[in-house]
Design a protein around this ligand. Sequence first.
Ligand code: NAP
Ligand code: F7E
Length: 345
Amino acid sequence: MKKKIALIFGVTGQDGAYLSRFLLKKNYKVFGVKRRSSIINTQRIDDIYRDINLKSDFVLLYGDLTDSSSISHLIKKTKPNEIYNLAAQSHVKVSFEVPEYSADVNSLGTLRILDAIKNLNLEKKIKFYQAGTSEMFGRTKEKFQNEKTQFYPASPYGVSKCFAHWITVNYREAYNIFACNGILFNHESPIRGETFVTRKIIQGLIRIKNGNQKKLFLGNLYSKRDWGHAKDYVEAMWKMLQQKKPDDYVIGTGKTFTIKEFANRAAKKIGFKIKWIGKGINEKAVDIANNKVLIECKKRYFRPVEVDYLKGNAQKAKKILKWSPKNSIDNLIDEMIEHELKNPS
Ligand code: NAP
Ligand code: F7E
């Protein structure tokens, strides 16, 4: 049987790496789009090349979401059955520093792919996945957020993803494109970017344990996040594109924890006994064994405006996609710690 072809924008990212492996195991041919960087940044996917069973169906090509001609060229060249748009300037705090660039990649980049699909009008009907985010709910007051919850984004990143969401809906309705929005809550893994809070906490605490770092500096300890495992979430992306009709789905665990709770769980598993002292910016975690300060807060890690509370209701995905998360927050932390211990940074 002819292999299905997938084209992944953002293949070098966390989700791109998990999705590539997932699709290759499902017997797809995978074309991954990487952008030019001054040093090689394919660490997350290098092991696919070393895997004799996977490497022949995995091809990397250059492209960039800010370059329409590269997008059209890639689609024409690869003739995909499915396109996954995972490429983004995905860091919320950084989006306040590079707002225009974040909008260019995240909003216009999505439009550029959709417009290329529309204009190329290939014989094959291409299915399109857009990587939406719980950050679109932003400052909502809803206790659980689902597909019907109103968006109230609280960062250039969140706003840029709302454009991407609505342009995906618009092209679906206007041009009958099979386009789906996944509205994914935070998902993490051992290969999560090092400046996102979960990886930063685990990496920092292990470095302190090994004597390679003195303290860990964090921002807001009291925002709440619904954290899942990236491995589970890429399966949901694929499932959305296997349905008869295109639609939008929330993907989350339905559980939420503060950053402080995450840090407490991680610290305990790594072997620290900690106590918290002080308030506000002066709040600190102290190692009970030696009274040394392990965690401190720093103003530079706070955002101009915070998304305080996120908790997903993925009932629609459960019912239609038959999807539910397989990993708990404790599995996730255990796996991240194990990886960090084996690959100390
Ligand atoms: P990530 O690790 O930051 O990966 C982002 C990917 O986009 C990287 O491959 C990056 O390439 C690529 N990229 C950035 N700018 C680009 C450009 N101009 N042209 C082409 N590629 C570009 O993000 P992730 O965690 O895997 O997330 C995947 C997608 O899901 C993103 O769109 C993100 O916004 C969204 N999302 C993530 C979460 C989450 O919790 N992880 C939740 C909801 C939605 P480089 O490697 O060269 O930087
Ligand atoms: O922050 C707080 C911070 O940067 C989580 C992206 O994948 O998920 C991610 O966005 C929380 C925030 O993720 C630090 O203020 C405290 O409240 O790990 P994060 P995020 O902003 O939720 C969504 C769903 C996406 O779509 C995004 O692409 O943790 N926090 N101290 C900190 N955050 C960071 N990064 N660093 C700190 O030191």
